[in-house]
Design a protein. Structure first.
Length: 137
């Protein structure tokens, strides 16, 4: 049996988590479009839609980052930031839309901050990356 690189195992678990978040985004978007249009007011439906969109954007970003995991050192923190951003940002908007507990809006910017840190960290790591075939820049 061939041995698996530990980096592949770690990144595949993260990739699976982000794939599940992508599926959740599709399911939540469909649920919002078909079941919640008559239940939620337009403002709450807007929160729901924003949560679904951002969850998908950053699930895809997490998948991309997981694919790059074995090439970028100290990359796990970027994956954790994308995951935390999805949980805090989209999660808080989903809860606010369903419950009307707008005080939870204090959590949403923390998710946005996680997104910004993840994107910044990814950009920094990619900027530092040196391909074995291309040592320029």
């Amino acid at each position: 049996m061939p041995s698996l690189d530990i980096k592949f195992i770690i990144s595949s678990k993260w990739a699976a988590c982000f794939a599940l978040q992508g599926a959740l985004s599709v399911a939540a978007g469909a649920f919002g479009a078909h079941a919640l249009t008559e239940v939620l007011d337009p403002k709450a439906l807007g929160w729901w839609n924003t949560a679904s969109q951002y969850l998908m954007y950053h699930a895809l970003a997490g998948l991309m980052s997981a694919a790059l995991f074995s090439y970028l050192p100290s990359h796990k923190n970027i994956l954790m930031l994308f995951f935390a951003g999805n949980t805090l940002f989209a999660g808080s908007l989903y809860i606010i839309a369903l419950t009307g507990y707008t005080f939870l809006g204090m959590i949403t910017p923390l998710g946005g901050l996680c997104y910004l840190l993840a994107w910044g960290g990814l950009a920094f790591r990619l900027w530092q990356f040196k391909n074995a075939d291309n040592h320029q820049n």
